[in-house]
Design a protein around this ligand. Structure first.
Ligand code: DAH
Length: 336
């Protein structure tokens, strides 16, 4: 029995090492270890072994089985490795790989997303409106008189049908108030269009972010607190502010906001936003359209603000020419 086990072991190992394919290897596994296999036949004969020989022969039997099993596994791994190496033959793995360039969001989109995230934390919802706008939404409802220079054909792109490309995102204030009743708290980022001569600081299409908050008891203090918090989140806690009285048709009182911050790379005051308390004339225009007194100037007050994103992005990134934002030049864009 001992001699038979020894010779089975050496036969099996020799056959396994000599075999050259996976199916042949499987046949060998069945031949030696399978249910009707040679090793199984030998273990069946353990019954005939005398009691004192049993431990020794049993141990030998186990050792033989594990030696054959291990050799089978190792041979299989070796055969697979040879096959895989074959699959790579003809490929020079030392050649440089193919680079997959990773894109990024446009710097203005990045700023828009950051600004939106800050206002959303303060409870402002995102609002939208059409780029091609009616004169009523862009001007009349915003209390802009018929002879206001912004309405001039030299400043505004008019469609043949009398509609226009919105000159500011303030029209979204009106779009929102037409549909939603107070409390209203929205921001509206989007494109605006003016017939400006294109140069280093002007494009005919640019980007703004509008804000509007209408509720009972909204104050100028709320406006200041909101804008100061927002710009400090954007530029850092050191930012200083100046609210300069100004005029906008749709707010009363109105202000221009100047900011001074190390993050802007200059110690000069920069004018960055317009804002004010919503003029009751805006409420009246919307009420007339809605046919009711949903916005009651005796009860409701609100603040509004608007600022340009392009110039902010230019200042923040030290970009000297606004046209770089729309030139689609990889050498510029890949820096962001
Ligand atoms: N619409 C103004 C502009 O384009 C910016 C602005 C000023 C928006 C004051 C406002 C505001 O909502 O209250 O220059």
């Amino acid at each position: 029995m001992e001699a038979q086990l020894e010779s089975l072991r050496s036969d099996a190992i020799a056959a396994i090492l000599a075999c050259s394919g996976e199916s042949e290897l499987e046949q060998l596994r069945v031949r030696f270890l399978g249910r009707g296999g040679e090793l199984t036949a030998l273990s069946d004969r353990m019954r005939e072994v005398s009691k004192e020989d049993k431990p020794r022969i049993g141990k030998l039997l186990n050792e033989t089985r594990s030696a054959v099993t291990t050799t089978l596994d190792e041979r299989k791994a070796a055969l697979v490795a040879v096959q895989e190496a074959g699959a790579f033959s003809g490929i020079d793995v030392t050649l440089p790989g193919t680079a997959f360039p990773v894109g990024a969001l446009h710097p203005i989109t990045q700023l828009m997303d950051r600004a939106t995230a800050i206002f959303r934390r303060m409870g402002f919802a995102l609002a939208d409106g059409p780029d091609i706008e009616s004169e009523w939404h862009c001007f009349d409802a915003l209390n802009t008189p018929a002879d206001h220079p912004a309405r001039n054909e030299q400043d505004t792109f008019y469609m043949p049908d009398g509609r226009l490309l919105r000159t500011h995102t303030s029209s979204i204030q009106i779009r929102t108030l037409e549909r939603v009743s107070p409390p209203v708290r929205i921001i509206a980022p989007g494109a605006a269009y003016r017939r400006d001569e294109v140069d280093a600081t002007h494009l005919a299409q640019f980007n703004q972010m509008e804000g509007l908050y209408v509720d009972e008891g909204v104050t100028l203090g709320d406006l200041r607190g909101t804008l100061e918090f927002f710009f400090r989140e954007l530029f850092g806690k050191d930012a200083k502010f100046r609210f300069r009285p100004h005029f906008f048709p749709f707010t009363e009182p109105s202000f221009e906001v100047d900011i001074q911050s190390a993050a802007l790379g200059t110690d000069r005051w920069l004018e960055i936003a317009g804002c004010g308390m919503v003029d009751p004339a805006v409420f009246d225009a919307v009420n007339e359209r809605r046919g009711g007194r949903v916005l009651d100037p005796e009860i409701h007050t609100g603040f509004a603000f608007g600022f340009g994103l392009d110039r902010l992005a230019m200042i923040m990134a030290g970009v000297p020419d606004i046209r770089l934002f729309t030139d689609s030049d990889q050498r510029f864009l890949s820096q962001f």
